[in-house]
Design a protein around this ligand. Structure first.
Ligand code: C5P
Length: 409
């Protein structure tokens, strides 16, 4: 299972710090964003350069470092994290956490954290069994810290007993198994999303298209993935990239998008039609470049098939969500479309205004959905960046699609 968690990974100074490289590698493989924080002692065992290369981010170690505090201060770093993992955690570091000391960056982040904290202790077996260490472990557990390991076995010092740090794969598996349980509201569901513009060719070099950037559809695909869904994205021509976990099918014309969506819609739980599909396409495409011989040129266009309406009309249809981009009478057009196209939900937004909509980083949505046989419910999702807006819309879709599923998440 993968998900784009933000993981703050702390390394303290024991011989098991050499395993931290593998921990970072496995977290990245799962799709996590990883920021590494090392204690001074940890840097005696493994170089920051190694962990920087594997995490793709600068490694932090100083509490009062002007540069890193400027880039992201320690409180913002603690808030950025969905999860904090400290592995290995030495006896000294565990004692610090237990007593609330904050004399370096990692112990300060532990104190500032509001997210789940996982600690993987690693030390000599005699140190591990000392009552003072066990007291600290019990206290931290009582404070809500999750302990992973330690394991029994041969130790670096040659002794045998409890105190080995859990293997990186076991650490990462446990964190993902527990965090995924807490996060996803679309776990086990499949979501089909169409995004971006279409291009309707006039001749071999020209086409009719629109200003859609695909940003909203791609943000929805990422948010659905983070919410635990299996995501298929049918994309018109855009310059955006999608995470490798998303199956992306590239299309160009409205007809190609129609075929790609209709072939897959019945096998998905939810369909979100976020593409700006051409309403009309040229009746014929000229086989050679059209010459500018005449003063006027008449194009004959025909209506394209409505993908959204045809998905909603399928005998075994997914929960169907449409978009309505309007320049006026937003709510009236949106509620009319909800009924006429027989949708489950519609997300309407203004276009052609100073802020938001097509080809912008920002957007706001007015969402309408059906409740019962006649009722229509609505919710405003205020202007924000498309990534956050997509997370809010995905949560709303999950709530309306299956209230029981989201009640506990
Ligand atoms: O009817 P209108 O084009 O305003 O509806 C917009 C919604 O319908 C969007 O969700 C869009 O993706 C979808 N649509 C479609 N097929 C078309 C035209 C629009 O699926 N041919």
């Amino acid at each position: 299972m993968t998900a784009n968690l933000n993981i703050l990974y702390g390394v303290s100074g024991g011989i098991a710090a050499y395993k931290s490289a593998e921990v970072v590698r496995l977290l990245r493989k799962r799709g996590a964003q990883v920021r590494v924080v090392m204690t001074e002692a940890a840097m005696q065992f493994i170089t920051p350069l190694t962990l920087q290369a594997l995490s793709g981010q600068p490694v932090l170690s100083q509490l009062l470092d002007a540069d890193s505090e400027h880039a992201m201060d320690h409180i913002r770093l603690a808030r950025w994290a969905d999860v904090i993992l400290i592995a290995p955690a030495t006896a000294d570091f565990i004692a610090k956490c237990r007593h609330g000391l904050a004399d370096d960056l990692l112990s300060t982040l532990y104190l500032a954290a509001t997210c789940p904290v996982y600690i993987a202790p690693a030390m000599n077996q005699a140190m591990w069994s000392k009552p003072v260490v066990q007291d600290s472990i019990q206290t931290l557990r009582a404070h809500g810290v999750q302990m992973i390991g330690p394991e029994a076995g041969e130790q670096a010092c040659g002794e045998v007993g409890l105190g080995r740090m859990s293997e990186p794969s076991a650490l990462v598996d446990q964190i993902y198994a527990e965090c995924i349980d807490q996060l996803p509201c679309l776990q086990g569901l499949s979501v089909l999303i169409s995004a971006g513009p279409t291009r309707e060719p006039l001749d071999p070099v020209r086409y009719l298209s629109n200003r859609s950037s695909g940003k909203m559809g791609y943000a929805l695909a990422k948010a659905a993935l983070a919410a635990g869904a299996k995501v298929t994205l049918i994309s018109g021509p855009v310059t955006l990239s999608a995470p490798v976990e998303i199956e992306r099918i590239s299309v160009e014309t409205a007809a190609e998008m129609y075929d790609a969506v209709l072939a897959r819609a019945s096998s998905h739980s939810i369909y979100i039609g976020a593409a700006a599909v051409a309403d009309y396409s040229p009746v014929t495409m000229a086989s050679c470049k059209i010459k500018k011989n005449e003063q006027t040129l008449t194009l004959v266009l025909q209506k394209t098939r409505d993908i959204l309406a045809d998905v909603a009309a399928l005998p075994s249809r997914p929960f169907t969500v449409g978009f309505a981009a309007e320049t006026h009478a937003l709510e009236d057009y949106a509620s009319a479309k909800l009924i006429e196209k027989n949708l489950d939900m519609i997300a309407a937004n203004w276009v052609g205004q100073a802020q938001g909509g097509f080809d912008s980083e920002l957007n706001a949505l007015h969402v309408l959905w059906r409740e019962g046989s006649n009722g229509i419910c609505q919710k405003q999702l205020p202007m924000t960046n498309k990534s956050l807006l997509a997370q809010h819309l995905i949560r709303l879709i999950a709530d309306v699609f299956n209230p029981q599923l989201t009640a506990n998440t």
